[in-house]
Design a protein. Structure first.
Length: 317
């Protein structure tokens, strides 16, 4: 009954009922460094807000928007962040925010590094902590994703996994796993979004003979790099999140065994904006918007995969 009422109202009023999914870009993984036999944390997933299926961070389904015809509304797709470069020991970068009208989703936090800034960064979902930073970092603001993982003793040379929209990043006996994402079917097909990146693994030693594996990831997140398996072995590079437009975090870099290159962090993936309006309404975009649309069940579904600036708009008529 609600869907029929929305269609009728759209035809006789200036109001436009809009369902939405707004997903920010994922955070980049942190890096290890030569002589610092410690791993980098996994990047956090981009914040996820939606009026279809649960929002990120365990929040409730958000209210449908009521927008106006002939009024331009901001639409921005946040880019995924870069992972920290190999051997830098730095924190990964934070993902970029996505915006649709009054809805803003916050970019995923960067994974902690091996030297400085080894705490995971807060974000839509937070980045995982780098080695030797036991505390986890909470997502901020709440209601878009989960905290990143810390690390545990005696496995403190490992790094935590980045938080996902559906679960916290973990700490474990090897690199922490990235937090799980969520599935959303606003596009007409159930699609997995916003997994956290896996934390990097520790180098070989008494506790971890053969080198520890990097943390696993799902829902588009990148796996963490493996630790060096024997003296003189470099740390593995964290995997970049894939495919595009899933808002997932990049994997953290694995630690080297000795004075040799530490693994770099993987890149986060870009976000996406998807919205659904009655088929009697048309959406017109400014020139810097990359989008596609389908029609199903009396509704138009628009998927915006990229915007060239933060000043792009959509107008309904």
């Amino acid at each position: 009954m609600t869907g029929i009422l929305n269609l009728l109202l759209a035809g006789v009023s200036n109001s436009v009922p809009v369902d939405f999914l707004v997903l920010a870009g994922g955070g980049g993984g942190g890096a290890s460094a030569s002589g610092y036999q410690e791993a980098g944390g996994g990047g956090g997933a981009g914040g996820l807000r939606s009026s279809i299926s649960p929002t990120g961070g365990g929040g409730s389904v958000e209210a449908q928007l009521t927008l106006l015809k002939n009024t331009p509304y901001t639409v921005t797709v946040g880019a995924g962040a870069s992972g920290a470069s190999s051997n830098s020991g730095a924190r990964g970068s934070k993902g970029n925010a996505s915006v649709f009208a009054t809805i803003t989703s916050t970019g995923g936090g960067g994974g902690g590094g091996a030297q400085t800034n080894n705490a995971g960064e807060a974000g839509g979902s937070a980045g995982g902590s780098g080695a030797y930073n036991v505390a986890s970092t909470s997502a901020s603001p709440a209601g878009q994703g989960y905290a990143g993982g810390g690390n545990n003793s005696p496995a403190s040379q490992h790094a935590g996994g980045g938080g996902g929209a559906g679960g916290q990043g973990t700490q474990g006996g090897s690199g922490g796993a990235g937090g799980t994402g969520v599935s959303n079917d606003i596009s007409g097909t159930s699609t997995q979004y916003a997994g956290g990146g896996g934390g990097g693994g520790a180098y070989a030693g008494t506790i971890f003979p053969g080198g520890a594996t990097g943390g696993t990831a799902s829902f588009g997140g990148g796996a963490g790099g493996n630790g060096g398996s024997s003296p003189g072995n470099a740390g593995g590079t964290g995997t970049s999140a894939t495919p595009a437009n899933r808002g997932a975090g990049g994997g953290g870099g694995g630690s080297p065994y000795g004075a040799i290159a530490g693994g770099g962090g993987g890149n986060g993936s870009s976000g996406v904006v998807i919205f659904k309006i009655p088929s009697s309404i048309t959406a017109t975009f400014s020139g810097g918007v990359t989008q596609s649309s389908t029609t199903s069940g009396g509704f138009k579904i628009y998927t915006v995969t990229a915007t060239s600036t933060t000043s792009e708009t959509v107008t309904f008529s």
